[in-house]
Each structure stands twice: as structure tokens, then as C-alpha cells.
Ligand binder design. Sequence first.
Ligand code: DC
Length: 231
Amino acid sequence: MKRVIAIDGPSGAGKSTIAKMLAQRLNFRFLDTGALYRAVALYLKSSGLNEDSPDKEILSHLKMIKIFFENEDICIAYDSCNGGILDYSLCISVTEEIRSPEIGHYASIFSARQPVRDFLFSIQREVAFYDDVVAEGRDMTTVVFPDAWKKFYLDASETERAKRRYLQLKAKNLNITFQEALDDIRKRDERDLNRPIAPLRIAEDAIYIDTTNKGPEEVIEFIIDALKPGS
Ligand code: DC
């Protein structure tokens, strides 16, 4: 395995921004695992599945796809239903579609399901066979890369995280109030922290960073310092 910088934390703590910038700075690959969960959720939802669907049904649907991604581009290759052979020419980009609040909601629901976590586990691990990687999500430091080179847990106050989500969605011209953004953050925290499988936890060997009153550059500098030998 190559060097992995694993970053976990709740929604809106700044993980994506920090991980992306850090990867660029260090020339590591950026692995946005939330995007993978979102892509799977989009696929399952558009296949008619929901929170009540049994594991068996989720599993049989997941056997019909492969997910490809490079930086922020992500696409799903579908089984052509022709003898069970995946037709890679049917790879459909979902890069934009997965960013909607609706898909974020379904990602939060389907990410609590074992077949979904099993399906994405090996895809995530595989990235680190070939490249140094900055991986961010909810279980990078605890489940997917317990053997990571360095681990960080990014956090921020609930109000700050809701404010960031509100501004992010407003910038995309989405109609949302601050209260709705706050409610969304609370619901996701509740699900991410309390699910029985791979709940969000602070790994014992992770460095905790409160980003509430810090800009991205300040957080990056702190992380870069922490990567230096002997620190
Ligand atoms: O970081 P995000 O909002 O794009 O993540 C979408 C959902 O996926 C979020 O509700 C939690 C889930 N997720 C997860 O369970 N494990 C990960 N490693 C990454 C995301």
C-alpha cells in the first residue's frame, strides 16, 4: 500500500475542500468517498430501491454496475443485460447529478447498509495500491484505512457547518433556508453517528482539528506541519 492520509469528520467540517487542496499540494490522488456513496445512492434510488429494500435486492443491483472515478469525475458502467457482461461503453457520468440535496439524503440512508459498504470497501482500498492518496469520508481512519500513514479528524461547530452548507447550496442557486441547512446537518449527524455499521468515530491515533474559526489555508498548514517527521 502507498501512503494514505485519511481524513474523517461530520458533514460540513471542510473535509472535501481541505482534502482536495492537500492532495494538489502534495501531488497525491484525491479520494472523495462521499461521492462514491452518492453515486451508489443515485443508482439504487433510480432503480426503484428505498430504505425498506432488503439487503439481497441491494446486492443483486450492485452486481450490475461498476464505478469509475478520477478526481471529481465519476461515472457508472451498467450491465448491458447481455450475459451479465458489463458494457463499459455504457459508462454514464453522474458527476453533477450526485451533488443535489436529494441524493445527499439518499446517500446518508443507503450508506448505512452493509452491501453498500462492502461494495465500496474494495474500490476504496484499491486506489491506495497504486497511488499516494488523500482519502476523506466517515470511516477512512477507522475501517477502510486503519493502517493509514497519517490520520486526521476535522470538526466544526454545528452552526458553522450549517452555515457552510447553506452558503454552498445558495451558491448553486438552490432554494434553501439556514434552518433547513441546520436541520439537514442534524439529521445526517444523527445517522452518521448512530448507525450500527461503520459509524463516524474519532480514531484513537487521529489528530483532531477544530476548523470553526479557521480558513482552509490555516488548516492545510497545520496538517502539513503534522506530516513532518518527528511531529
Ligand atoms: O461527504 P458527503 O456529504 O458527500 O457524504 C454523503 C453521505 O455518504 C453521508 O451522509 C455519509 C456517507 N458516507 C459514509 O457513510 N462513509 C464515507 N466514507 C463517506 C460518506
